[in-house]
Design a protein around this ligand. Structure first.
Ligand SMILES: [Mg+2]
Length: 436
């Protein structure tokens, strides 16, 4: 079996006006659907970041991928790593860059997109689920968290292509609780995450307390301000929410850089506060993991098959976390069902991943979904590994074509939350870290 053709489908997916410390989500998120078509007529698929950068990176390996044996992924990884920018050494924090736009992760992202499509093709050739190709699963169902955002009114899309605003405006503790009740009722999530760093810390503390009040101690809580806080503010929030976050939840990237995280950790521990710190900013690649351990700046690594280098990389990270005594969770970006199934198979083969994974899936709709049969269903907050080959999903090519049409009409080819914030909320807005 050889790869005959690499096909790339840049698509646009409607997205609501969600807020974070990066700014504002644009009316459409950009994604790329990848296909590898083999000589025996099997098509493997994956989904990755979108826009000109990711598409160009995938185009740059086309000549290496076409003609490749999809089983020979180690040699392909060596090839792609040799092309990578390694000059920056350990200086790879994503603090200033929205995920998917860090040029230093390009090789890992590109490899991941090809690796997953190859594994999907191999799974389809052998008639086995993807997770069974890499050692088999340690869990049959993967739990996800209710991933809450502050947002303005609107459901995403533009002109005559707007989506229903399912959750409405969310800018108060009451609205946060309301959106969470909606999400938990619909999906059955058992853990809750709030994307913070948007409103003054006292308002976000109030939102977490309101969630605890409403849902009780059985729902672990986490908050992620994407580095918007100073070290002092991080310690203040950590102390204020000690009861809420230390009980199976975590405090995610309260401040920038591993040194800052380590200082927050030292000060919390000195107060007898063992709330774990999680990160997808101070730790974005394997070189960061031992540093996280040595400095004790991060206790829970947020993995992500899309930019850590695919399913194999997830397993290595899981092993490393076990060896170093670190926890593991999973980061997400706006995505559709192909990515959701990738995350699900990835989580299924990582024993160290004991927290519910993040997912943006509730923020997208069936109008934009590209898999046959419509949206992936959740059972009590979990995605069940389907008894189907590969990822377990197939592309609906009419839906892919609609996504490509939306993409073609868009004036932008790069995620830029700061520009969106200036356009729609505050013309003078700048990303300032720390803001509080
Ligand atoms: Mg995060």
């Amino acid at each position: 079996m050889k790869i005959k053709q690499l096909k790339l489908h840049p698509i646009a997916v409607a997205d609501g006006p969600l807020r974070s410390s990066y700014g504002l989500h644009a009316p459409y998120a950009l994604r790329t659907i990848v296909e590898v078509v083999t000589t025996d007529g099997i098509t493997g698929i994956s989904e990755t970041y979108g826009g000109d950068g990711p598409v160009a990176a995938l185009e740059s390996v086309r000549s290496r991928v076409e003609g490749m044996d999809p089983f020979q992924l180690t040699a392909f990884r060596q090839y792609i790593n040799a092309q990578a920018v390694e000059a920056a050494g350990g200086a790879r924090s994503q603090t200033w860059l929205v995920p998917g736009e860090n040029p230093l992760d390009t090789h890992a992202r590109t490899f991941a997109a090809i690796e997953v499509a190859c594994l999907d093709a191999i799974g389809k050739a052998l008639g086995r689920p993807l997770c069974d190709l890499v050692g088999g699963r340690c869990r049959d169902r993967v739990p996800y968290s209710a991933y809450l955002f502050y947002k303005h009114a609107g459901g995403g899309g533009m002109g005559d292509d707007v989506r229903e605003d399912e959750y409405g405006e969310i800018l108060t503790p009451e609205a946060v609780v309301r959106s969470c009740k909606q999400m938990v009722a619909q999906y059955g999530f058992k853990e809750i995450k709030l994307k913070g760093g948007v409103l003054p810390p006292e308002e976000e503390i109030a939102a977490i307390r309101a969630l605890r009040q409403e849902f009780g101690p059985k729902y672990p809580l986490r908050i992620d301000p994407n580095c918007a806080w100073s070290i002092d503010t991080s310690v203040h929030v950590g102390e204020s929410l000690k009861g809420e976050l230390s009980d199976g939840g975590y405090l995610e990237d309260p401040c920038a850089a591993i040194e800052g995280m380590a200082e927050v950790r030292r000060r919390l521990l000195a107060n007898g506060n063992d709330t774990p710190l999680a990160s997808n900013v101070a730790t974005t690649c394997f070189a960061h993991v031992p540093v996280a351990k040595e400095t004790d700046g991060v206790q829970i690594i947020l993995s992500d098959p899309h930019y850590w280098g695919g399913i194999g990389a997830q397993q290595k990270l899981s092993d490393l976390c076990e060896v170093l005594g670190l926890g593991m969770s999973m980061h997400s970006n706006n995505h559709l069902g192909v990515s959701l199934m990738t995350m699900t198979h990835a989580a299924a083969v990582c024993p160290a991943l004991t927290y519910a994974c993040d997912t943006h899936y509730p923020w997208q709709t069936s109008v934009d979904e590209v898999i046959v049969g419509g949206r992936v269903q959740f059972e009590k907050g979990c995605v069940v590994i389907p008894d189907k080959p590969g990822l377990g999903v197939e592309l609906d090519y009419d839906q892919v074509a609609r996504g490509e049409e939306r993409y073609k009409k868009l004036p932008y080819r790069k995620r830029d939350d700061e520009a969106e914030m200036c356009k729609h909320v505050d013309p003078n807005w700048k990303r300032i870290l720390p803001r509080w």
